[in-house]
Design a protein around this ligand. Sequence first.
Ligand SMILES: [Zn+2]
Length: 501
Amino acid sequence: MSDALKALKTRLIEVADLEAVNAILNWDQTTYMPVGGGPARGRQIATIARIAHEKATDPAIGGLLDTLERQLENLPPDSDDAAYIRVARRSYDRATHVPSKLIGAFYEHSAASYEAWSKARPANDYASIVPYLERTLDLSRQIADCFPGYDHIADPLIDWSDYGMQATTVREVFVRLRDQLVPIVQAITAQSPADDSCLHQFFPEAQQLAFGERMAQAYGYDFARGRQDKTRHPYCTTFSIGDVRITTRVNEHDLSDGLFGTLHEAGHAMYEQGVRTEYEGGPLMGGTSAGVHESQSRLWENLVGRSRPFWEYAYPQMQQVFPEQLGTVPLDTFYRAVNKVQRSLIRVEADEVTYNLHIIIRFDLELALLEGQLAVKDLAEAWRARYTADLGITPPDDRDGVLQDVHWYGGLIGGSFQGYTLGNILSAQFYNQALTAHPSIPTEIANGQFTTLHGWLREQIYQHGAKYTAPQLIERVTGGPLRIEPYVAYLRQKYGQLYAL
Ligand SMILES: [Zn+2]
């Protein structure tokens, strides 16, 4: 290893350590911290973030990267060191290209905007948030303009979470997906809805938590290098490859909430636990993009966790845990209940089939705002029109319409939504590939064996961390680019059976 690379690694591991410290502070704040700790904790996190930012943007890092890029041609492009330099350059540019004055203005504004949204939503008062959102749009454009040379103004913003995915490509993919989904939703919702009353009985929290953990463990989530705790908004957090934690929330009157939340976060966590230990503490640690990360959570939550073979294995155990509630409920009824499809207004409560329509609406509206095709004052109306057209349901108010998600009110406009649907599309594309390599996987799942699938994912995806960009990884794993066909085929097959389409 060259001296310059050694020096760079020494600097970046310090940045990673400080970020991990903040992750621990944040985890503590959202799980066990007494409320009294709030004000000081906010300050502590801000202090660590400032020091981490100073270190990450030190011009010495830029100098080292310049030196290393001149040596790049001596390195095999596929080597870990070459990837390390490329990914470090990307993070450095991201951290330094936006002037600190603009960043400061954005943070100040988004705090005010979030505050205004917290009042506007319960009051159903979109008009009061319009000036804030107009400023957010302006700042989002200014931040995108700090990265000149883009094809579409959303590209730099998408790059932050889904590097290498262009707005126009994603839009084309989403248009085709929407064309396929709308008629499927129409056909399903023309029938009488599945009866999911079996999920809405009383299920004590302790048993739910224990069952979720048992399933996550069966999947292969390593509790010697992780743990699960309760929180309000579930997430997965990584302190090191040896300590990847998940959080969950339990609803004692809705069995699916906690369980599928746990399976989802376990999917994220298994990805992070599966990264090669050589990548510890550097830019290659963690997943490669929001979309690929979400593909792993969705794969374990939906393609496995809501599949018939999985419940052939898991349902008898669940009946043992909840004999009074489920003892007389047949597997078929339960399977239909956890796969209920319905037109709904709220994204986070949406089922597997309608979920992507919620995302595509937000993505299209985001692009229209950034392109100047849609004015902020007309956004609420555009939202209603799209829900009516795509989901066949019109929000009666803005509270459950344009005001429902925090994203635009506490962050940028652009780059925040596409990852969810890219993840769903990729979950099926990757799973398909796994089935081609190992056709026995569904039978194994029905017997409670997940090691073939887990091993395949670790080999093909997890171990590489952020070494390959999402488009490169998709090409390596599937032999081609992102494709919607496996996902559409999966939905058609599964829901065609469930609803006799
Ligand atoms: Zn997720």
